[in-house]
Ligand binder design. Sequence first.
Ligand code: HEM
Length: 157
Amino acid sequence: MTMLPLYLLVHLLGYGLLISVLVATPILERYLRRAERYDDALTLANIVSNIGLLSPIAALILLVSGILMMNLFGYTLFSHGWLTGKLLIFLVMVVSGIYSSMTVGRERRQIYHDLIDGKDNPKLPGKLLQVHNRQSQYTRIQTIFMLMILIFTVYKF
Ligand code: HEM
């Protein structure tokens, strides 16, 4: 049990990193939506994407320290309902995170590049709003998943 405080600390650092991403993203999204110039918006979109890149690091930290704690406690995948639930939600979060970064984030940057290049496709502003809304939706869903994991971990049902 001697390593438990260390593993728990690392686990909580991963958790803090994930929360930081999930709080910073909607704040930057608000600035992005209000940006008056497309190149400012693109800069913000790039920052949102780069901050988003911290989440796979957080996921890896959580997974490794979580597995180390499981070993320490002698837990297995199916020994505790809360842990199984937590792992399932974690998996869904990772998959949806990878999916959204490969689709929504990329699409948005492409739209801004097209707008900056002066492509006068009348559909672009509408597409942009749609992409903004999808991005916000993903952030909301990830935040809800994370709170579910937290409730599973704290109340252990
Ligand atoms: C978003 C992902 C995750 C979040 C937010 C999270 C959050 C937390 C928090 C806040 C604790 C401390 C609670 C306590 O000590 O009672 C904890 C403990 C723990 N976590 Fe995680 N965790 C996540 C992912 C994982 C993963 C992927 C694993 C397993 C591979 C894992 C395994 C554990 C274990 C074994 C404990 C110790 C629980 C106990 O006290 O018996 N966690 N987690």
